[in-house]
Design a protein. Structure first.
Lengths: 297, 361
């Protein structure tokens, strides 16, 4: 009984914070826009009872989803978001892994301090941290002033409002989400495995590839998901640091919602985005489970 | 669980009610008031003022259409106000609570009447034009002494823009401002709602798009002021604020604003009270405070926008009332045009065109 209750809690959580909002969005995606409060029709009126409900259902249709297939803007934005999220995840991994590795290798006395340093930026608002990058990357910003000052460049570099700035912003913001899971995987690793490898004639580099990397795989995968998923729908970083050519689905969603006042189409875009995210996660989990079962046998 | 939820809502409702009695929440454009006025309002009325800002009509409109924004006073522009009135987002003003209405300027009221017939739902806060801000020194350096700084050709002729790209150009991220300007440039009706006519702006905007550093509706104030960019197509007062900030910083940047000689869009920002405002009485008090000639004059003197208050003119400083960029002379006034809201389907065409222009897709 106690165990059942324990399982019930996360399910209730999912129901209240995931399924119910999703159904609301799905409902809006099947309706039509209208100039009113709220700006779509039909709306569900509970007072009319069952008849009102069936009447409401009969007015819903998939028109907005069909609309999404008719304009190449949407799939291009989805693809471009996938690409930006993919590249950002790889970059974050390349930067984050050495940091996590260094932390795990550091003297045990130092580790809590290093961990603190990774977490510390969270104490400042995310928005302020992204804004401060504007000051650093601008044409007249600190980075250019510094580079001009030491004579590396003669003309200021244009970084702000380009794709490069978006990548810098994303890698910076999501770095802790990559570092922490990898660190926790590496910290648990038994150093004697490396020693055994070297005793058996393995070079340091191949010991790294054959022992350290596979043992931190769970952390790498968790880190990649933690970076990839939020980046895919990222809106703030590209709109503050990116230029006009940065096409991401978050921006398209914003435009449907704010510029077109078309909540139904905006909701349809959101539903598709969710499906795009959820399918690989489910496939990944199935795969993991199969592997675990195979190992168990 | 249901009862718990209900009682929770009840608690929330009670706290909002308790708070709202002596609190007025105002949602206005960014960089749009002399903040000393906010303290003055609190001192005079004893009400607590919560002042939030936005930088696009779209953000405000979405909050209005979602309902329950919690604001008592909001400031949409004319075309947006018109649609929101239609959606039932605002309440009619109780003119008995607004004795200062007598100060308003009938010339402006006659024009805002097209968005809000009879001015029943709104009062004018500020009005202005959309035009071209330039860093005079840099633009002349790039284009020569006779650079067409007052003409739409400066921003819509690729030959000029190609050269200006090196010193930085910002456009407003507002299709309802940029497309009428582009239509005016090619000699079409700027208020056209015909998708075929609107489509004619695509090659014009696409031709200069590669040279636009950013489409944004508020960053250009600082960017112009600190020399980061040399041209911005933006709102009159914002550019004049940039001019002022540059002069204060004494950084050698000289900013000038011109309403395009081809014709400029004239817009009106209207203060209105949402239909579900928690404190309509406080909202009326705020509106009445704003319509006090000295108060609105202080705001205009600070933000460099003209207001719709005739009685305030005697309190305006010389470089506001005498500046034709702010209070246009008769000749310029004739050259100004207004626009009306797009119907939903045309709006979609416009947004789609704008996305295409910004992202190339």
């Amino acid at each position: 009984m106690a165990r059942r209750f324990l399982i019930l809690v996360p399910y209730l959580w999912l129901l209240a914070l995931f399924l119910v909002p999703f159904l609301i969005v799905l409902k809006i995606s099947l309706s039509d826009p209208e100039i009113s409060i709220p700006p779509y029709t039909p709306t569900l009126d509970w007072r009319e009872g069952w008849a009102g409900f069936t009447d409401f259902l009969s007015q819903l249709d998939f028109e907005n989803f069909i609309f999404l297939t008719e304009d190449d803007l949407y799939w291009k934005a989805y693809l471009s978001s996938l690409q930006i999220a993919g590249i950002s995840t790889v970059l974050t991994l390349l930067v984050g892994f050495p940091i996590a590795y260094g932390m795990a290798r550091a003297a045990p006395d130092w580790r809590p301090t290093l961990l603190m340093l990774v977490i510390l930026p969270f104490w400042t608002s995310f928005l302020i941290r992204v804004y401060s990058w504007i000051g650093i990357l601008a044409n007249e910003g600190y980075l250019n002033q510094f580079l001009l000052g030491i004579g590396v460049i003669s003309d200021p570099l244009t970084i702000l409002n380009t794709q490069t700035a978006v990548y810098i912003g994303i890698v910076y913001t999501y770095l802790p989400f990559m570092v922490l899971p990898i660190y926790s995987a590496l910290e648990k690793m038994d150093d004697s495995l490396l020693e055994a490898g070297e005793d058996l004639g393995c070079s340091r580099l191949s010991a790294f590839w054959l022992i350290t990397v596979p043992l931190s795989k769970a952390g790498i995968i968790a880190g990649c998901f933690l970076v990839f998923i939020p980046t895919l729908g990222e809106f703030v970083i590209p709109s503050l640091l990116g230029g006009s050519e940065t096409l991401m689905i978050g921006k398209v969603l914003w435009e449907e919602f704010f510029n077109n006042r078309d909540w139904p189409v905006a909701s349809a875009v959101a539903v598709i985005l969710l499906l795009i995210l959820i399918i690989p996660i489910i496939l990944f989990q199935r795969n993991e489970q199969k592997q675990r079962e195979a190992e168990g046998q | 669980m249901n009862t718990k939820l209900l009682s929770l809502t009840a608690v929330f409702a009670m706290t909002t009610a308790a708070v709202s009695a002596d609190e007025v929440r105002v949602y206005n454009w960014s960089d749009y008031i002399d903040e000393e006025l906010l303290t003055k309002f609190e001192e005079e009325t004893g009400l607590e003022l919560v002042y939030d800002v936005f930088d696009s009509n779209e953000v405000l409109e979405t909050k209005m259409l979602a309902g329950g924004s919690g604001y008592d006073v909001v400031v949409p522009s004319g075309t947006f106000l018109q649609r929101q009135v239609q959606a039932g987002a605002f309440q009619k003003l109780d003119k008995a609570q607004l004795p200062n209405l007598e100060n308003m300027w009938e010339v402006v009221e006659a024009r805002t009447d097209q968005y809000d017939p009879g001015n029943e739902y709104s009062i004018n806060y500020m009005w202005g034009t959309t035009g071209i801000g330039v860093n005079v020194g840099k633009v002349q350096e790039v284009l020569g002494e006779d650079a067409p700084i007052g003409s739409l050709a400066l921003i819509f002729d690729p030959a000029n823009m190609e050269k200006l790209a090196s010193c930085g150009v910002h456009f407003l991220d507002a299709p309802t401002e940029m497309i009428p300007a582009a239509l005016k440039y090619i000699g079409e009706d700027p208020d056209s709602h015909d998708p075929d006519v609107i489509a004619k702006t695509e090659p014009v905007l696409m031709g200069v798009r590669p040279y636009v550093q950013k489409f944004h509706s508020s960053e250009y104030i600082n960017a112009l002021a600190n020399g980061e960019i040399c041209v911005a197509f933006g709102w009159s007062g914002d550019i004049l604020q940039a001019r002022d900030r540059a002069a204060e910083a004494d950084n050698g940047v000289e900013i000038a604003y011109n309403a395009p000689t081809e014709g400029a869009l004239m817009w009106f920002d209207q203060m209105a009270i949402p239909v579900d405002a928690p404190n309509p009485e406080g909202a009326h008090a705020f509106l009445n405070f704003i319509m006090d000639p000295q108060n609105i004059a202080a705001a205009s003197n600070y933000v460099y926008y003209a207001n719709g208050n005739a009685a305030s003119k005697e309190f305006l400083v010389g470089d506001v009332i005498n500046d034709t960029a702010i209070y246009p002379d008769e000749a310029t006034l004739e050259n100004l045009f207004t626009t009306t809201p797009y119907p939903a389907r045309v709006q979609r065409t416009v947004t789609r065109l704008w996305t295409k222009i910004k992202s190339g897709t």
